[in-house]
Structures are given as C-alpha cells and as structure tokens.
Design a protein around this ligand. Structure first.
Ligand code: C5P
Length: 232
C-alpha cells in the first residue's frame, strides 16, 4: 500500500507545526527538508514524533563516509522513519550510511528506511558533467548500485519507477515527488497524478503545495489518499 508524504517546506517551526496540527490523524507522513531543519534543528522532529507522525528527514547527505555515517546515526537517534543520501557519494559512503543506520537502530529500536537520490530531477542531460553516460542510464546504474550497497530504495521520478523495479525488484522502494492532483502551472515539470504514480508502482508519493497551499489541507490530503486507494 502506497503512503502519502507531505513536504513541510516552511522557513520555521511555527508554520510547520501549524500545518502538522491540521494534518494530524490523517495518516500522512511528513517530510522535513533542508530549509526547515536548518531553521529549527532536531527539536522539530521530536515535536512531530510526539504528534505521532512518521517523519522523512530529507537531507540528502553527501560527504566523506565517516561524516555521513555519523549524520545518519544522529538522524536515527531522533526517531526519524526514513532518511536519504546521494548515491553519487559512491559505495563507501553508502555502506557507511547503512552502518550508521544499523548503529543508530541498535540504540533506539526500529530501523528506519534509507533511500538514495540518483540524479536530481531538476538536472537535465546537459547538467551532467563529462564522463557520465546518458541520464537514464546513470539513474538506472545508481539505483542498481544502491540496491547492491544495502539501501532500501530510491527517490525517483514517477516515470522511472517501472524501470527501477524491473532492475531491482518490487520490494526496492520508490519515492516520487512531482505529484499533482490536477494540471498545475508551477515549477514542477514531469508530473504525475496520485493515481498514475500508484499505478506506476510508486511506494511513497511526496506532495507539497497541492496540500499545504490548499484552503483545507486535511481535505486535500484525504482526497489524494482516496485517489491512491482507488488506484491500488
Ligand atoms: O510543493 P511540491 O509538491 O512541488 O513539493 C515537492 C517536494 O519534493 C519539495 O520538498 C521538493 O524539494 C521535493 N523534491 C522534488 N523533486 C525531487 C526531490 C525532492 O520536488 N527530485
């Protein structure tokens, strides 16, 4: 069954917690990204966990192996349910992240999910430096590598899910942003509706503004969850 993750893209704790309060009990996960975490620090994660949310810490770690290992371990200690790294950091960094996950989970209990970012969906072929092959091949190769290195899945576009599941198996999770219930005129380009993303096999759908910008966010979330259920 696919899960809905609401991106709390806010500059501070007050706005984020106010939105979380409106979404409480709806069954959605929440995503804490770079902007919010840098503004609030880990206290916010504790508050969201106290509200019974499952939390995706979207920091896309990318550093030397030892640093990433410690960062992942710290995230796990704060009780997050999912976090991510850049797969371009390579095998040693990815395996260090898995080790940090294991170490953190030994202290705190359940092991969260660790996902890998392949190529940012904001990047096009011309943004990849010389030495990389085609963008599609790079995405697939990184996804397959992440699987071999012990990650639980990848962040990818809804259009890449089928290919990745074919190469890595159905139980390798795909988390897809760029979900739009209706045609939207914003900055997302290669979008899918919630139903299309679920049919494509996506396990986690990340939705920000269509929910957080709605007049009634809880209702917008319920409608998307309903569209996901119908498509299962
Ligand atoms: O408001 P919107 O639905 O576009 O929010 C999408 C969220 O997913 C944002 O937090 C954005 O940073 C994130 N994201 C994305 N594309 C990616 C990875 C993450 O839109 N490839």
């Amino acid at each position: 069954m696919s899960e809905l993750v609401v991106a709390l893209d806010y500059p501070g704790a007050d706005e984020a917690l106010s939105m979380a309060g409106r979404l409480r009990g709806s069954g959605v996960w929440v995503k804490v990204g770079l902007e919010l975490f840098t503004a609030t620090g880990p206290d916010l994660i504790d508050r969201l966990k106290d509200m019974d949310f499952r939390v995706f810490l979207d920091m896309k770690f990318f550093d030397i192996p030892n640093t990433v290992r410690g960062a992942v371990r710290s995230g796990v200690r704060h009780g997050v349910d999912m976090l991510n790294i850049h797969l371009m950091g390579g095998e040693r960094m990815a395996r260090a992240a898995v080790e940090g996950l294991r170490e953190g989970a030994m202290e705190t209990g359940p092991r969260p999910l660790l996902l890998g970012v392949t190529v940012l969906t904001s990047m096009a072929q011309e943004d990849l430096s010389a030495g990389f092959g085609s963008l599609d091949d790079t995405v697939r190769q990184l996804a397959v590598s992440g699987h071999a290195w012990g990650l639980d899945g990848v962040v990818c576009s809804g259009h890449e899910v089928a290919e990745i599941k074919k190469s890595c198996g159905k139980s390798y999770f795909c988390l897809t942003p760029g979900i739009r219930p209706h045609v939207a005129g914003d900055d997302q380009r290669r979008t899918m509706t919630p139903g299309e993303a679920v049919k494509a096999g996506s396990d986690f759908l990340v939705v920000g503004r269509p929910i957080t910008g709605a007049e009634d966010p809880a209702r917008a979330a319920r409608e998307i969850l309903e569209a996901m259920r119908v498509a299962e």
